[in-house]
Design a protein around this ligand. Structure first.
Ligand SMILES: Nc1ncnc2c1ncn2[C@@H]1O[C@H](COP(=O)(O)OP(=O)(O)OP(=O)(O)O)[C@@H](O)[C@H]1O
Length: 337
């Protein structure tokens, strides 16, 4: 488990003090995949780099498995760091070393006995699907393959935590997906806790269990990924979500709407269309669908419908109450004219 308590990181610059992380508290459960999302400058890198003390926090506590890293001396900290793997957007492989030696390097640096190195490297390369590339140099690898080497190297010393710093941001969408699947597989197989930072909401949607949204060094929203997608609490979160899930209809379509415009969400396994059909049958309202989709988040369906309801005001109100009684989340976007 990772416990971050009241973490603040400031930087002294010639223009004054800049706050990277502003009093952040977060807990990441053992074996969880936790995503931190935010735009450039939100403080994600500062936060993730504080978790393994690549950056020393200005104040606050970082506890991993109950040990406060900020209190450790340099020897103990080095040991603790071996249990925290990290992968990066630009991979940081050693270009003059082969794939094998890049991974072996991490084991040698940790003082692994020579005879254990080869079987371990082979096991790691097998795990990341690069057994046939062991004697190749990084320059001959694709971006996805380079990241696989990065992952093998990060896992070399059996870490309990893997930190991913924009690990898929330099990759195309298909390669991103294959790396995310590998990370999820590793997480499930080895029960490694993963913390990743990203500006891409699809990354979070694909593999994270829980997430936090950062802005201006602070966490402005946090929760299970499904819940955050289903009921975002802030405008920024809604903006991020709308990059991967469509909740809206174009302005020109909205302009032509005369009735009551409603957004209806069905969480979990409720059959949304059936409930809407029942509602239309039981109430003296007409429904005009403007948008309908079922999104799968963490393999759980989220039904999203946007529709225009027309009829007597009282009938529309009754219809909306009926939807709510059938466990739909209803948001009236516009009362009509
Ligand atoms: N070494 C540093 N020296 C001075 N200011 C810094 C330093 N590192 C980060 N900052 C500042 O801290 C704030 C947060 O930056 P940070 O890099 O953590 O954000 P981010 O969300 O990771 O953005 P990006 O994705 O662009 O790296 C920014 O205002 C940034 O300018």
């Amino acid at each position: 488990m990772i416990e971050i308590e009241q973490l603040t990181k400031t930087y002294k610059t010639k223009y004054g003090t800049v706050t990277g992380v502003d009093n952040v508290s977060l807990t990441v459960g053992e074996g969880e995949i936790f995503g931190i999302v935010g735009y450039s400058g939100a403080g994600k890198s500062s936060l993730i780099r504080c978790i393994n003390l690549l950056e020393r926090p200005t104040s606050g506590v970082i506890r991993i498995g109950g040990t406060d890293l900020t209190k450790l001396g340099s020897g103990q900290l080095r040991k603790s760091r071996l249990k925290i793997g990290m992968i990066f957007q630009h991979f940081y492989l050693i270009s003059q070393k082969t794939v094998y030696d890049n991974v072996a390097f991490a084991l040698r640096a940790a003082g692994t006995p020579a005879k254990k190195i080869r079987p371990r490297v082979e096991e790691l390369l097998e795990m990341v699907g690069l057994a046939d590339k062991r004697d190749v140099f990084p320059g001959q690898l694709s971006g996805g393959q380079k990241q696989r080497v990065g992952i093998a190297r990060a896992l070399a010393n059996d870490p309990t935590v893997l930190l991913c710093d924009e690990a898929t941001s330099a990759l195309d969408p298909n390669t991103t997906l294959s790396i995310l699947r590998l990370l999820k597989e590793i997480n499930r197989k080895l029960n490694i806790t993963i913390v990743l930072i990203t500006h891409e909401m699809n990354v979070v949607k694909e593999i994270c269990d829980r997430m936090a949204i950062m802005q201006g060094g602070r966490v402005i929203e946090e929760g299970a990924v499904y819940d955050v997608f289903a009921s975002p609490q802030t405008e920024l979160t809604r903006e991020f979500i709308s990059s991967v899930v469509s909740f809206d209809v174009p302005e020109q379509v909205l302009a032509s709407v005369r009735g009551t415009l409603v957004r209806v969400l069905f969480k979990g396994d409720v059959a949304g269309e059936g409930v809407i059909a029942d509602m239309l049958q039981r109430h003296a309202v007409k429904g005009n669908f403007l948008h309908g989709a079922i999104e799968y988040i963490q393999e759980r369906p989220l039904g999203i419908f946007i529709m225009e309801l027309t009829g007597e005001r009282g009938a529309v109100t009754d219809a909306l109450e009926y939807l709510q009684s059938r466990r739909a989340a209803v948001e009236v976007m516009n009362h009509g004219r």
